[in-house]
Write a protein that binds this ligand. Sequence first.
Ligand code: GLU
Length: 375
Amino acid sequence: MSGFAIAAYHRLVIKVGSSLLIGEDGRIDRAWLEGLAEDIAELHGTDHELLIVSSGAIAIGSMVLGINMRRARLEDLQAAAAAGQVQLAHAYQAALADHGITAAQVLLTPGDTENRRRFLNARGTLGRLLERSVVPVINENDTVATEEIRYGDNDRLAARVAQLVMADALILLSDVDGLYTADPGHDSAAEHIAEVRKITQDTLRMAGETRSDIGSGGMATKVQAAQIATHAGCSTVIASGVIRRPLRALVRGGRHTIFRAEGTPAAARKQWLAGVLEVCGELRLDDGAVSALHNGKSLLPVGVIRVAGNFRRGDVVALTDTAGSEIGRGLAEYSADEAQRVAGCRSERIEEILGYRGRSVVVHRNEMVLFDRDS
Ligand code: GLU
């Protein structure tokens, strides 16, 4: 089997399952983590942007606090997560620092990726960390996320993160090396599937029959994660991490399943924006702004000549030219009221006008779709 062609991908989300990171004694397996850090450093050095989504807080914290995970109440698991997360983050920070890489802890709840207003905040912060070559180490904010509002498993969280940052590859490392036609533990005729071009009912059925990873939901959640990610233009790989230097092994031909993305992340985001029916307002732009947008720039306050409608940050607004024709759409970084106040002003004056340090753009170029000029 040929290896995963990692060079073809730029922004990677690596998901690490609890079973990999935690040794039989219930503590962090430092040797394994050092191997992963070596892999990360190698990729980081070859111009890849990396984000890690790591599980393990609850398992580590349960050990520290002497809590029996299987019988614990939610509050106990949350307490365990609080004690475990600080150790988890520290372990990554130390392992990456050995390679001169700065790590940053980011804890998310579903609202941060599913609510458009908060989505802009999380995206902004993660983007800035990547620009500074920092490796974000992400987990669910388990100490505040209760049952009804949890992602529940980090496969789904990792897929949402991939969608949020427009990653082009998501690698799910766990104790399984991919999808099989049946459960290989019970059926000797089960065959490994190297590539999935489209996730169908049949794929989901096969996933339902295969168990995996002690930490989370198993193969079904991995395929659901792949469904979210591939739809967002991000190819997804399921590979075994039960090996030292798991990413190197994957590249060198380690067995895995790849779910191919449908299009690119940028195309998926634009398709979504173009299809949003509820447009909450309008920003009319001067000619300079219209041509700047067509040259791939973000919309700055200085180019806005009129604000209409009653929208909030994160809502979709129509972008119109001086004649009032809709040239595109985008997610507003400001509410209608704020946009009104900063319209026509240079970005440096935003703080003086609003009384706080706002965003420098009114619509970010990644959150914007422009319609074909002749359509
Ligand atoms: N967020 C959980 C933890 O850090 C893990 C969830 C999962 O295993 O997917 O313990």
